[in-house]
Design a protein around this ligand. Structure first.
Ligand SMILES: *[C@@H]1O[C@H](CO)[C@@H](O)[C@H](O)[C@H]1NC(C)=O
Ligand SMILES: *[C@@H]1O[C@H](CO)[C@@H](O)[C@H](O)[C@H]1NC(C)=O
Ligand SMILES: *[C@@H]1O[C@H](CO)[C@@H](O)[C@H](O)[C@H]1NC(C)=O
Ligand SMILES: *[C@@H]1O[C@H](CO)[C@@H](O)[C@H](O)[C@H]1NC(C)=O
Length: 594
């Protein structure tokens, strides 16, 4: 459980603390008075109606909890459960409550529901004899060759590497091996069980893998990416089969690896994608059968063939981005991924994602910034990842506005601020923009315009801004609203509404301070705001203004503190994956409390 803090996603920290407190209180009540407390209530509070139903009852009017949130809650509850069973073993009462907590945990994070492992059916079970793990003798299991096939994506590999891997694999078990080569790769010496599939370099790695997997007749496939060598002693595939088999047969299991310099690593990564930012961390939070639960694994992995056929590799992608995307999709679909560190593969080098690989991943997942597992940071422009900012008003029905579009919109204020400084004009940011400045210190990523007040006496001067705009190539121009009341700075993908006020609110400041308008750091810019920004934002936005609400133009938007359910729930930019209160989750990169 010590890894919980490491996974940085605690925007609903308060919420899970409340739930944990409810449970602790309930447990203490039970422990001291033996009274009966129903956990059904807490279960309703934390239940996610969009994913499953509550014993067939009607869905609860609660917006969905994100997977990250559910996992945090589950981790917290598991901790409580372990404390309960650790402290008072033997008490029936505690045992019952502990099982009840276990059921809540299982609902929140199915990975933790796996204490009832099924007996192995495809390979013999193993046991620890006090010194080491030994495989039991058993009857009735099929030959490993009937259970596992191997796909070796070896296009462009040195012939010696290819033979080394094939030779190692052939040393035991006679597995069917599908070898993917390019047209111009030499044919290695192969035994009867190797099937060579050749693909032109123009065919993507993803397509070649999918074609190879279509030929597989066994329940599991080892996708032998990056291998340099194969040793049955160090990479016993039966162990990975046993783990997946005991967990129900569907899933992904990888191992650790050693590169040619001798460096060893477990390949377990945790992943978080939110607010156009992806974080990949090495590490794990939960384990089972001496294997780590992961969001993805680096290096070779065993997967059920059914899963690989239901969720094929992306057909258009080559290189390591292919595996990042596949693992992302597979975990989003609810499959389990494990890394068993005792199964060590020999690789040339750890699978590396370079800038181009991350760019591919970012484009396909609509992500702009990435914190990679090697600690490097990547930042992509809208054009790099094919994000367009042209229909923001539609975007905000369900999604956060992309970072680069926010940046463009913020630039509108910079332009106005530059002009105001040049001409010595005062202005005050108001309404949605002011609310963003107060709450997030930046543009609200669920808004699609900006608002400022200027002093009505300066209208003539503001009306001369077009020359300034043209000279700076801003792509913006000033127009007058139909009723002639409002000036509007119209730019390509957004606009700034500019009503005037007479006088500006700074006149309410104490006389000695009136010569300086109140300003806020607005995404790194110094921007003038109304004299008392918190009070103005409260009056303008109304009750619960610190909770987030969708734009009033979005049809069917809920009251502050909730988002509309998302149109495409796997999209990382869904508003309803984000808290509807608080600011930390909306910083870039998103932050959280430890
Ligand atoms: C466990 O098995 C190994 C190998 O068979 C043996 O060397 C060892 O003594 C056994 N340990 C115990 C405690 O029986
Ligand atoms: C491997 O299987 C093939 C086909 O079933 C068979 O021809 C070959 O003799 C087997 N080799 C070994 C070493 O068992
Ligand atoms: C799987 O079975 C089919 C039909 O029996 C056969 O044509 C194919 O070659 C087999 N695939 C492999 C990889 O052995
Ligand atoms: C504003 O006025 C105060 C008091 O008159 C003065 O001390 C201060 O320097 C002025 N600030 C600016 C930025 O002019």
């Amino acid at each position: 459980m010590d890894g919980v803090a490491a996974k940085c996603r605690s925007w609903l920290a308060l919420r899970w603390l409340v739930v944990a407190a409810v449970l602790i209180t309930a447990w203490m009540t039970v422990a001291t008075s033996g009274s009966h407390f129903s956990f059904t209530r807490s279960r309703e509070i934390i239940h996610e109606p969009c994913v499953s139903d509550l014993g067939g009852s009607k869905p609860i009017e609660e917006h969905c909890l994100s997977q990250d949130t559910r996992r945090r809650l589950a981790a917290s509850l598991t901790k409580i459960q372990r404390l309960m069973s650790g402290g008072q073993s033997g008490s029936d009462e505690v045992g019952r409550w502990s099982r009840e907590v276990g059921r809540v945990v299982a609902e929140l994070d199915p990975r933790l529901a796996r204490e009832n492992l099924r007996p192995p059916t495809l390979v013999c079970s193993d046991h620890h004899n006090g010194t080491k793990f030994l495989v039991n003798n058993c009857k009735g299991v099929p030959r490993l060759a009937q259970v596992v096939s191997v796909v070796v994506p070896a296009r462009g590999w040195q012939p010696s590497r290819v033979s080394q891997v094939l030779h190692g694999l052939a040393a035991h078990h006679n597995l069917t091996t599908i070898l993917i080569l390019a047209d111009d790769d030499p044919t290695p010496d192969t035994n009867g069980m190797t099937l060579v599939q050749r693909y032109d370099h123009a065919v993507s790695d993803g397509k070649a893998l999918n074609d190879a997997i279509a030929l597989v007749n066994t329940s599991f496939v080892l996708v032998a990416t990056s291998l340099a060598h194969y040793s049955w002693l160090h990479s016993p595939l039966e162990r990975l089969v046993r783990v997946l088999d005991r967990l129900g047969g569907e899933g992904v299991a990888g191992g650790s690896y050693r590169d040619e310099q001798g460096q060893w690593r477990h390949g377990c990564l945790q992943r978080s994608i939110t607010n156009y930012h992806a974080t990949f961390l090495r590490g794990y939070q939960h384990s089972i059968l001496e294997c780590m639960y992961c969001d993805e694994v680096l290096g070779p992995f065993l997967a059920s063939t059914h899963l690989l056929q239901q969720h094929p590799f992306p057909d258009e992608v080559s290189g390591p981005a292919l595996y990042r995307e596949w693992h992302t999709k597979v975990t989003q679909a609810g499959y389990l991924t494990l890394a068993c560190p005792d199964v060590m593969f020999f690789l040339q080098e750890e699978p590396i994602m370079n800038t181009a690989d991350w760019n591919t991943y970012a484009t396909r997942m609509s992500i702009q910034t990435i914190h990679s597992y090697d600690g490097k940071e990547y930042k992509f422009k809208c054009s790099d990842v094919h994000i367009k900012c042209d229909d923001l008003r539609k975007t905000i029905t369900w999604y956060l506005i992309p970072l680069c579009c926010r940046e463009a919109i913020m630039h509108g204020i910079t332009i106005l601020d530059d002009f105001a400084r040049e001409k010595g004009l005062l202005y005050e940011m108001s309404h949605g923009s002011l609310l963003g400045a107060v709450k997030l210190g930046t543009y609200l990523p669920w808004d699609f315009d900006q608002d400022i007040y200027y002093d009505c006496k300066d209208r003539r001067i503001w009306e001369t801004i077009n020359e300034f705009l043209k000279a700076r190539n801003t792509g913006c121009h000033l127009r007058v609203s139909n009723d002639r009341k409002l000036l509007v700075l119209q730019c390509t993908t957004f606009f700034v509404d500019m009503p005037c006020r007479k006088p500006l609110s700074s006149h309410t400041l104490p006389a000695v301070y009136r010569n300086v308008t109140t300003w806020i750091d607005y995404g790194g810019r110094r921007v003038s705001v109304m004299a008392n920004p918190g009070s103005a934002a409260r009056d303008q936005a109304g009750p619960d203004n610190l909770r987030h609400a969708q734009h009033w133009r979005v049809p069917g938007h809920p009251d502050p503190g909730a988002w509309r359910p998302c149109q495409n729930p796997t999209d990382q930019a869904c508003l309803d994956h984000h808290p509807a209160d608080g600011s930390l989750a909306f910083t870039s990169p998103p932050m959280c409390l430890p």
